[in-house]
Design a protein around this ligand. Structure first.
Ligand SMILES: Nc1ncnc2c1ncn2[C@@H]1O[C@H](COP(=O)(O)OP(=O)(O)OP(=O)(O)O)[C@@H](O)[C@H]1O
Length: 251
């Protein structure tokens, strides 16, 4: 991303640090996400990706640093910001005892979605899970549950979307469809998406730009192509392995 990029900054972290009992999960982490951009957050297990998303969702308080969304501080404008935000995580489940349509209806009410029935039907079709409408959510397979979570994430037509490993438990066919849906929603609605995945094919196909985190610090940033060239590797996967094994190397 060049400094001359004039698109609206919809999410910004400045010197974000989060310590857990002396361990820095995030260490002066700064970045900007612009409208219309899909930004990949990459890094090995424990690099700090989930902590970063949790801070941005207000689920974890940073030890220091500032977060801004739509030009306002998250601290003072949390409710207003969260109305325009949504997220989906492979590791956060919807209430298991409710049927799929009940869960989505509850969340549609929370978000104040106009014409919720129509919206829910459209999203179930979009994610190809309309046949699961009357199933108990807790009995869904991991891949089914991931797609229902994505329906929840699109319910309020978010302008800022955080997707934490959205293809983690999907078979290759469904993963491909989900990537295309994410791309389509991003381009039709010009929203900003923060995206994590351990699947480098996902990242290369979906993300405009990526940030590599290692021990809470940024060690590389750029388009997937730029990063592969900077590290003199053949693929993003090779870069990932190189950083995971010797993350103090900066490109
Ligand atoms: N609540 C917590 N208490 C203590 N340590 C924590 C807590 N949450 C995260 N950590 C630590 O912070 C670091 C970053 O964890 P985080 O979950 O953000 O990594 P991640 O990049 O999302 O990893 P993964 O790819 O495995 O999901 C890890 O060392 C982790 O053990």
């Amino acid at each position: 991303m060049s400094d001359t990029d004039s698109r609206e900054v919809i999410l910004e972290a400045r010197e974000l640090t989060r310590e857990f009992e002396g361990v820095k999960a995030l260490d002066r982490f700064s970045f900007k996400l612009r409208r219309g951009e899909i930004l990949g957050l990459l890094g090995a297990n424990g690099a700090g990706k989930t902590t970063a998303m949790n801070c941005m969702l207000g689920l974890t308080l940073p030890t220091s640093g500032d977060l801004f969304a739509f030009g306002k501080t998250l601290e003072a404008h949390r409710i207003e910001i969260l109305k325009k935000t949504n997220f989906s995580s492979a590791y956060v489940s919807l209430p298991g005892n409710l049927k799929v349509w009940q869960n989505l209806t509850v969340f549609a009410q929370i978000y104040g979605v106009p014409k919720p029935k129509k919206k829910i039907a459209e999203l179930l079709e979009l994610l190809e899970v309309a046949h699961l409408r009357d199933r108990v959510t807790g009995q869904l397979s991991a891949g089914e549950s991931t797609r229902v979570n994505l329906c929840k994430a699109f319910l309020n037509d978010p302008e800022l979307l955080m997707l934490d490993e959205p293809t983690a438990s999907l078979d290759p066919d469904i993963a491909d469809k989900v990537r295309k849906v994410v791309r389509r929603v991003q381009s039709e609605r010009n929203i900003g998406i923060l995206y994590t995945s351990h699947n480098m094919k996902d990242i290369e196909e979906v993300c405009d730009r990526v940030i590599f985190l290692h021990k809470g610090k940024i060690v590389a940033e750029g388009t997937p192509d730029q990063i592969v060239k900077k590290f003199s590797e053949n693929s993003l996967e090779d870069v990932f392995i190189k950083i995971a094994r010797s993350g103090d190397l900066e490109a």
